[in-house]
Every structure is written in C-alpha cells, then in structure tokens.
Write a protein that binds this ligand. Structure first.
Ligand code: TYD
Ligand code: MG
Length: 383
C-alpha cells in the first residue's frame, strides 16, 4: 500500500515508471518484492543487466518471493529485450538498470547520455504499444561518471526517488513526477533482513528513542504529500572555538537555517554570533516546508538558553523576516496527528487559530502565537 500510495493508487496499464536512487539504497529489492506481489496473479519479466540470474534467484528466495510467474533474464541488449517482451507479452516488466542497457547500433558505451536516452525511448515505445507497465531503475551517482536518471525524467510517466541515509534502516520513496497522481507523496519503508517492510505509522517511528527532558529538541509536524508526519528536530548551540562560527544543517535547508538565525538575533534578541549552531532532523527525513521553521528555530533557542521544551509539546509555523509567525496550510490535519500521537499542547500560528474546529481546541491545548518570543515562552512553560 505504501508503493500504491506513491504511484497515485496503483500501477497504471502501459505506464513507464523510473525508480531513481543511489546504488545500494534498495531499488532492486523493492522491485523484486513488487514482482513477487504482482506475480501472484500476473506474469512478470525481470531483466537484469547488473547481477547474474543466480544472484537474483538467491535474493528472491531470501525475500520469500514466489517464483512461479516470474521470468528472469540477464541481458543488456535493448533490442533483444524488446523482442523478448514482444514475444512473451508479460503483464509487468522490470529493467534493472537503465545504465547497464545498450543499443548495439549506437557506438558509445552503456551508461552514457546517448545510450540512456535511446534505450529508455525504445523501452517506452514497447511499453506504450503493448500497454505493459514497465519499471526502470536508474542509478544516481554524485560524480557523474554515468548518465543519471535526470536525462530520462521527461519521457517517462512517473518518477520515483528512493531516499534515505544508507546507514539508517529507513527509506523514503518519493514521487517527483506523476502523470497519474499527486507528486510529493511519500512512502516509508524499513530495510530489514528480509527486504523492505512498510512503515504504517511513520510519526511514531520518527519519534522513537526521543530524548526527554533535554534542551535542544523540538518536534515538528510536516505534511508529506497528503499526510502529516511528526519529526524530531535537534539543535545544538555551543561556544565557537574559531573566529567564524560554524553552522551545519542536516535534513533542513542550510540557507534557511542561516536566515532563521538572523531573524532570531535581530527580531527576538537571541544572539548566536559567538556560537556554533547545528541542526539535525532525526531519522534521515528532510523538512522542506516553511512550516518547519518554528521547530527549527525553537530547537536552536532551546539549546542556546538550555531551556527544555516539554515532551508533549510541538510547534509549527513559518517564520517571516519580521520575526512574525505566519499561517501554514493543513493546520487541522497537523494538530490531529499531534493529538493522535499523544501530544497535549500545540503551538501554532495565530492566524491559523480560528480555522480550527471546536473539538480540537477542547481536546488539545492550542496556543496561537504571533512572534518567535511568544512561541518560546509557550513551549517552555511548565505545568
Ligand atoms: P539493493 O536493492 O540491491 O540496492 P540497489 O538496487 O538500489 O542498488 O539493496 C542493497 C542493500 O540493501 C544492501 O546494502 C543490503 C540491503 N538489504 C537488506 O538489508 N536486506 C535485504 O533483505 C536485502 C535484499 C537487501
Ligand atoms: Mg540493484
């Protein structure tokens, strides 16, 4: 269901989907598991140019993937593969990966821009004519030695990216383009010893092991696609040992963090000019929404002042350059998610307050705030 959600409800007949991500993130794993599910009722063709048939077979056994209706072929000649698809007419095709595929009539080696473009065009053609849904793996690599998935994004129907810190077990599958559904929808998975498992309750997982009673942490509520997800933002502010203070940010935009610090100094009187400041969004999640501003700022101020933010309290809101807290979208949904996870107080933008339902206001302690200073006092108040 997590994959269905990202695809916009399920697999569309004749659609071509690109799954991009860094090597080792789990692209082959999720596609093999997908093949396993689909093959319960349909025929699947899995084409690999990366691993041997034996390797895939071993992995399939380990992942408990049923093998009856899956045909596996190790091949990298695009025309051979297209011919095979035409003669077999499977119900689903997986190409792993586009960078290993090669059109023999083009002289450049596989993985180059011209090969990747031409190969994907040919696969697309077959998929569209025979109306067979096709998944294509594309590796993203930072040094640019091989052509990345970017060169084929415009021709495919759906583009999904697999993200996550390889050292953490959580993986986020994100739709960045979808002709059949909304983008920015995410699916969350846990990489286990037996393949990827769906995370049904992401907020709970994101908040697991959260330190309680320590300064420098504040819970944020982000909207990812259509659902709210709570995440812990940690800030650390320490006296700087060098001339220029260091700023570092993981999971939050670096420039936005610099801007927030400037606002805190100029508008709220919290000074960081002789302080190093670090921000980390726990669990490898990226918070790109302006609504995360308030929790980032509060994590920093909490660490600066060594004031603990209550563990049943969360905050969201966009921070403007005048130090004002601006309204955000989906306020009700965010507050509901906070309530569902047992939070008792939500610090929200003042202008969002009147839109909230009476029931929610009764159920939770909702504190509307206009400025960063107000927010900070509302978060650290002891009951
Ligand atoms: P893989 O799907 O091969 O990555 P990609 O195709 O994107 O390059 O995933 C490889 C990583 O996943 C590898 O580091 C081992 C890990 N993994 C597990 O932890 N459990 C599993 O059951 C499987 C199949 C892989
Ligand atoms: Mg792979």
């Amino acid at each position: 269901s997590e994959l269905d959600r990202v695809l916009g409800g399920g697999i569309v007949i004749g659609s071509v989907t690109l799954i991009g991500g860094e090597p080792g993130i789990g692209k082959s794993t999720i596609l093999l598991q997908l093949c396993g599910e689909v093959s319960k009722t349909k025929n699947v063709l899995y084409v690999t140019g990366e691993e041997s048939v034996r390797q895939i077979k071993l992995r399939a056994v380990r992942l408990n993937v049923p093998e009856d209706n899956i045909s596996l072929v190790a091949e990298s000649d695009v025309d051979e593969i297209c011919g095979l698809i035409e003669s077999m007419k499977p119900d689903l095709v997986v190409i792993d990966s586009i960078q290993t595929m090669r059109c023999t009539d083009i002289s450049s080696s596989s993985g180059t821009v011209s090969q990747v473009k031409e190969s994907s065009a040919r696969f697309l053609n077959v998929a569209k004519t025979l109306e067979i849904p096709t998944f294509i793996v594309g590796h993203v690599n930072k040094d640019g030695a091989i052509a990345g998935p970017k060169v084929m994004e415009h021709i495919v129907d759906t583009v999904l990216y697999f993200e996550g810190d390889k050292t953490l077990p959580y993986r986020v599958l994100r739709a960045v383009k979808n002709r059949y559904g909304s983008t920015n929808e995410i699916g969350m998975f846990d990489m286990t010893g037996r393949g990827l498992a769906q995370i049904e309750n992401p907020s709970q997982v994101m908040l697991e092991g959260r330190p309680i009673g320590i300064s420098g942490t504040c819970v944020a509520c982000a909207i990812e696609g259509s659902r709210p997800i709570l995440a812990e933002v940690q800030g650390l502010v320490t006296a700087t040992g060098f001339g220029t203070p260091r700023r570092m940010s993981t999971g939050f935009d670096f420039n936005r963090m610099a801007m927030l610090i400037a606002v805190l100094e100029k508008r709220a009187g919290f000074f960081f000019n002789t302080m190093d400041a670090y921000i980390n969004v726990v669990s490898g999640l990226r918070l790109d929404e302006p609504a995360a501003d308030l929790s980032v700022a509060m994590a920093l101020v909490s660490s600066l002042k060594d004031a603990v933010i209550g563990d049943k309290v969360l905050a969201f809101g966009e921070i403007g350059l005048a130090g004002e807290i601006r309204a955000v979208s989906h306020c009700e949904q965010r507050v509901q998610e906070a309530g569902r996870l047992g939070f008792q107080r939500c610090v929200i933008p003042f202008h969002n307050y009147k839109s909230l339902s009476k029931e929610l206001k009764k159920e939770l302690d909702i504190v509307p705030v206009r400025t960063v200073r107000d927010a900070f006092s509302a978060l650290t108040v002891k009951e």
